[in-house]
Design a protein around this ligand. Structure first.
Ligand code: NAD
Length: 281
């Protein structure tokens, strides 16, 4: 039976550490400010934005909320970002994605100052990660590294296989595992013999976006399995990209869904906000 990697507990630990750090910063007169922008009222985005604001409140970060109507133009959004880039009281800027179709996501991501890019999506942040310079790291993969480290799972020298090469999960995940001295293989929809490649993994990180696709036939006995996927199954229950019931008996450690990677994303966003107030001083 695999050990469960408890993302709920670890994310709480991180938030409590940050709360203390923020209180200490406040004593030196520094208050951290974060701007959260949502364009339109997509219900899923509203839930994410609400959770982010709640986490800010818990940690002691002042959040400024901008709820803009669906018909907001790209220029209007860009001028708000420009204003917030120049605002010394704001350390982090978050634009909830996706933005409506008439707004170009890449243009928006590039408009946010890399010093305030708490999502870690700006090309400069991604470039800094790839050459080992300071900068923000995309929250979900950064959360996976914390899960591994805080459960005492060694990455150095391990065969790490990442399934998925998206800009927000798969690619930064691979770079982070490499930074930790793992031997990293990136796989994707065009990979041949996916099963054989996955079976090499000591650490298998799954970010495909396909419910329960990875069963025991992809997993080496004793591997650590990290499931980034989030879906609702046929019974409306949350599930991941990994078929938990099939994989759990042969893995050494595994993240559940819910309660694994999910809660880490917001914890690492909060981590980035606190870093934003100190990293570029
Ligand atoms: P994406 O759709 O952008 O990327 C999916 C990747 O999987 C692609 O690179 C593609 O090449 C690869 N892929 C697709 N089908 C494949 C196949 N049959 N075999 C091998 N590779 C295949 O998705 P994403 O944004 O990286 O998200 C992945 C999953 O993680 C989704 O379920 C998403 O909901 C979830 N997610 C969770 C969090 C979180 O906070 N826990 C954050 C982001 C994404």
């Amino acid at each position: 039976m695999a050990k469960l990697i408890d993302g709920k507990m670890i994310s709480q630990q991180i938030k409590d550490e940050l709360k203390e750090k923020v209180a200490a910063l406040k004593e030196t007169g520094k208050e951290i400010g974060m701007a959260v922008i949502q364009v339109g009222n997509d219900p899923a985005s509203s839930v994410y934005v609400g959770n982010k604001k709640k986490a800010c409140e818990y940690i002691g970060i002042r959040s400024e909320s901008y709820e803009l109507p669906e018909e907001t133009t790209q220029d209007e959004l860009l001028s708000l970002i420009e204003k917030l880039n120049a605002d010394e009281k704001i350390h982090g800027i978050l634009v909830q994605l996706p933005v409506p179709k008439h707004i170009d996501e890449d243009t928006i991501i590039k408009a946010i100052s890399p010093k305030k890019d708490v999502d870690g999506f700006h090309p400069q942040s991604v470039g800094a990660l790839s050459i080992g310079q300071p900068g923000f790291v995309s929250c979900t993969p950064a959360g996976v590294i914390q899960l591994l480290k805080r459960t005492g799972i060694e990455i150095e020298g391990k065969e790490c296989v990442v399934i998925g090469r998206s800009n927000i999960v798969g690619k930064p995940m691979s770079l982070l595992l490499l930074r930790e001295n793992g031997t990293v293989t990136i796989t994707h929809s065009k990979t041949k013999d996916l099963k054989e490649v996955c079976k090499r993994a000591d650490i298998l990180v799954v970010a495909i976006g396909r419910p329960k696709m990875i069963d025991a036939s992809y997993v080496k006995e004793g591997a650590v399995v990290i499931d980034v996927g989030i879906h609702r199954d046929e019974n409306n229950k949350l599930c991941g990209d990994v078929d938990f019931d099939s994989v759990e008996p042969i893995a050494s450690s595994i993240t559940p869904v819910p309660g694994g990677v999910g809660p880490m994303t917001i914890a690492m966003l909060m981590y980035n906000c606190v870093e934003a107030a100190t990293m570029f001083d």
